[in-house]
Each structure stands twice: as structure tokens, then as C-alpha cells.
Design a protein. Structure first.
Length: 474
């Protein structure tokens, strides 16, 4: 049964919430009196459809239905999650939350995207709401800070994990929660550096993205500093650098006055830094970079990489068919080359993913490999038949040409969304004993499962272009 989320306020954050739910298969109802809301959300959705599926090697669920409503009660009716993302005015939030509380189902999660207000402030007039503070772009960044009643936050955390997000429940409420307080510290210091003529906006951004920003993305602050302490760890780091906290390095307790001169200075430097790009261009650049970094983090499971891996494991596999679908995914931007299409190496990468999935289907999964058995590829034959581009969907079907003894001979067909055959990859593999690193027979269970596929596929037409040396000795 399709679930429903209601989004109250369709700006940048509200649109990001809508995209996150919609692309994870939820129906989404939007209430926003802004006549431009539909256009703005459509633009956010276009970026989300381009970026979010590229994080995964499995297909996301089919999109839910998107609807717009002029009546808040109609938008909220039947929703399991209601997310408020209206401007940061407490009086406005009170009016909206009271209306949501009256209209929402008793068990619905009601979250506020507020970046600064505490839940005790939001509920002061009787509303039932928790803080569910995300980060832009909501459809890519996994963190959501949860603050409020424990049971309500627990239900929210469960839903957030199901849509690929990483909930962080605060131990107690505080103004601006956790992440924004950290950002505020860096922001204040940066404003002083610009005002005092120490650095430009571009130079400050350079210091972050070329230095500690890269470390923070995968280790955060304290783990990074633990390494900085060397073999002695955090105690040594604190002993060495702790006294520096007493030095007059920072102006964190002071706020520069936002005079017209300071505003013009910062705005002018920002325009010189990136004014040659439109906001949409910058958003797509940001999204492509985030996808590339987050995919890189998947290998180690660090940071956001672990969240993506856990979410992907919960996504359903493709439905069974005469030829099993072993890959169903979107092509990420990072797989394209200077010609604008998928690089030839990634055709092979997709086929490797198909082989890995097929190995799982016959029982040669991660546990089997850990126990000492696996299949190694000894030969590939690739035919490139059509261009595939970033954002396009690729589906792979796998046919077993032979599966007896130590050998496994597979034929992968790479299909585009419209059914066009984009490539074929013929793969010959040998079963290997991981202890000796030499060919050896598979287990009886794996051999039996492979044999059943080979028998079922024996009556299918032999694919064109088969040409590997299937008599290869292992």
C-alpha cells in the first residue's frame, strides 16, 4: 500500500522533502499558497531525479503520485508524515502547526524543518510537533536532526531510515540544535575574516574545500582530531592543542555589524566568485559533486556511505523473469566522459554488478566468499551498440550459456529504458578456492543452483555475438 506524505510549504527545503519522499515511492501532497510553488518544486524535482537515483546500484521504487492542494486539511488527510517548512516566524509556525494538529491522523509524524526553534517553543500553544531539521539538498544529504517527545521521534526515525536518511535524535533541546550551531561558528568567523580584509569569500571557501572540509565529510571533527594526536590519540591532541583555546584567535562571541558596506562587500565578492553560473547550474554542480563523494564513501561505509549502503540493501530486487534482471539502476554523472556518454569501462562495471548479483542468486554471496569460495572472471567480450547517458536507466538481463564443473558462462544484455539494446557482455568465469587461489569445484548447493539456471536457459535462442573461448582450462 502506497504511503502518503504532506508537505506544508514548498520552498527549497519543502521541495527537497517532497522529492525525497516521492522518489522513494510515497504519494506526496503539497500545500503552499505561493502561485510559483508548482514551478519551484518542479525544478527541485528535476534535479532530484537526476541526482538521487545515481547514488544507488539498485533502482529506487516507482515514484509516488504528486498532488497540489489549496486546502491544508485536504493535503494532510491520510498522511503518515506531515512536514512543515514555512518561513522561520514563530507566530506563523504556531498557526500552521495548530491547523496541522487538528487535521492530521493521530499517529502521523508531524515534523518541522525549523533550523533554530526548540520543540518547547513550537508546542507552546498545544500543537503536536517535533523538530525534524534536514539539510539542503534534502533529497541527497541524509542527516535529519530530531528533537522532541521520545515516542514521536522514534516513529520519525524509523520512517527516515526507510527513505534513506540518517536521523540524529538530540539528547535535549537547544536553540539551533547541533549542526547549525557548528555552522554558525564557522560563519561568524568567516564574516570577520572578510570584514577585516584578511580573506575574500573565495579564499575562505578554498580553505574549507581544499582542507578540513574533505576530512569532515568522512570522519567528522573528533575522529579527525584523534588521528592528529598520533599514536597517543585524543589525549595527546588535547594536551598539545588545548591551551590554544585560551589564545585570542577567535571572534566567535562578537558579531560584525551588517552595514550596507559589509553586505555590498560580501555580495560583490560572491558575485565575482561564481556569478558566471546560474543558481540551477550551481545546484547541479553541487549535486554531481555530492553524488561522486558519497558514492566514494560507500566502499568504506564511512559517513553518508554507510547510510546509502544500508538503504540500498533494503530496496527490493527486480521481479523474477525468464531471464533474471540482475541490474536495474540509473547511470551517475561520474560515469560519463568528454563525449557526454557512459565511458566504456563502466559498461564492464555494469556487467560486473550483474555477475555479482547473479552469484548471489545461486548462493555464491558474500557469506560464501567469506567461507572460501568464489568465481573469478577470466575473459570478457563486450559489444558496444548504443550510447548511454547520465540519468538514463539501464537494466541488465543475464542468460546462462553454460554452468557445469568449475565454469560459469554468462551473457549479459544491457538495455536502455526504451528497450534499446545498448551493449552485450559475454563473461567466462572459473570457480576458485580462495585459500589456494586456484580453480576448484563449487559447493554442491551452488553447482545445483547454477545447473538449474543453465537447464532453464538451454531452450532460449543463442545470443548473437558469442565468441569466448569457453574451452579455457582452469
Amino acid at each position: 500500500m502506497t504511503r502518503k506524505a504532506a508537505i506544508i510549504g514548498g520552498g527549497v527545503i519543502g521541495g527537497g522533502w517532497a522529492a525525497r519522499f516521492l522518489l522513494n515511492g510515497w504519494d506526496v501532497a503539497i500545500f503552499d499558497p505561493d502561485p510559483e510553488a508548482r514551478r519551484k518544486i518542479d525544478e527541485v524535482l528535476a534535479n532530484a531525479r537526476r541526482a538521487l537515483p545515481a547514488l544507488y546500484d539498485k533502482a529506487l521504487p516507482p515514484e509516488g503520485n504528486l498532488s497540489y492542494h489549496s486546502d491544508l486539511h485536504a493535503a494532510v488527510a491520510g498522511a503518515l508524515w506531515v512536514q512543515e517548512s514555512v518561513p522561520e516566524r514563530l507566530d506563523l509556525k504556531h498557526r500552521v502547526h495548530n491547523a496541522i494538529t487538528r487535521a492530521a491522523d493521530a499517529e502521523a509524524v508531524i515534523g518541522s524543518s525549523t533550523s533554530g526553534f526548540r520543540p518547547s517553543q513550537l508546542t507552546a500553544e498545544g500543537a503536536r510537533v517535533i523538530v525534524a531539521h534536514p539539510f539542503n539538498p534534502v533529497y541527497l544529504l541524509p542527516l535529519v536532526e530530531l528533537v522532541g517527545e521520545a515516542g514521536h521521534c522514534a516513529r520519525a526515525a524509523e520512517v527516515l531510515r526507510e527513505i534513506g536518511m540518517s536521523p540524529l535524535t538530540l539528547r535535549k533541546e537547544i536553540d539551533a540544535h547541533i549542526a547549525d550551531r557548528l555552522l554558525e561558528a564557522v560563519w561568524r568567523e568567516s564574516l570577520w575574516l572578510v570584514k577585516d580584509g584578511i580573506a575574500t569569500t573565495e579564499e575562505i571557501d578554498e580553505a574549507i574545500r581544499m582542507g578540513f572540509g574533505l576530512r569532515w565529510a568522512q570522519m567528522g571533527l573528533f575522529e579527525t582530531y584523534r588521528i592528529a594526536g598520533g599514536e597517543a590519540g585524543m589525549k595527546h591532541f588535547l594536551a598539545q592543542f588545548g591551551p590554544a583555546l585560551q589564545w585570542p584567535w577567535t571572534k566567535l562571541m562578537d558579531v560584525p555589524e551588517f552595514t550596507p558596506e559589509l553586505v555590498d562587500l560580501i555580495a560583490g565578492q560572491s558575485e565575482a566568485q561564481s556569478g558566471h553560473l546560474s543558481i540551477r547550474d550551481l545546484e547541479r554542480l553541487r549535486d554531481d559533486n555530492l553524488v561522486g563523494m558519497m558514492r566514494a564513501l560507500r566502499k568504506s561505509g564511512s559517513g553518508a556511505g554507510g547510510t546509502i549502503t544500508a538503504h540500498e540493501a533494503a530496496l527490493p530486487d527486480a521481479a523474477p523473469a525468464d531471464l533474471p534482471v540482475t541490474v536495474d539502476r540509473v547511470i551517475p554523472q561520474s560515469w560519463t566522459d568528454y563525449n557526454g556518454h557512459m565511458n566504456e569501462a563502466h559498461y564492464v562495471e555494469v556487467s560486473c554488478q550483474a555477475t555479482d548479483r547473479f552469484m548471489e542468486m545461486i548462493g555464491a554471496d558474500a557469506a560464501y566468499v567469506a567461507a572460501g569460495g568464489s568465481y573469478f572472471t577470466v575473459e570478457n567480450h563486450v559489444r558496444y551498440l548504443a550510447e548511454m547517458r547520465a540519468g538514463g536507466r539501464v537494466t541488465v538481463t543475464t542468460q546462462v550459456l553454460a554452468g557445469a564443473g568449475k565454469k560459469m558462462h554468462l551473457f549479459h544484455r544491457l538495455l536502455m529504458a526504451d528497450g534499446t539494446l545498448a551493449a552485450t557482455v559475454e563473461t567466462l568465469l572459473l570457480h576458485v578456492d580462495m585459500t589456494t587461489r586456484r580453480s576448484a569445484p563449487p559447493s554442491a548447493e551452488v553447482a545445483g543452483a547454477l545447473g538449474r539456471f543453465a537447464e532453464a536457459h538451454a531452450g532460449l535462442p543463442k545470443p548473437k555475438g558469442v565468441g569466448l573461448a569457453v574451452g579455457h582450462r582452469g
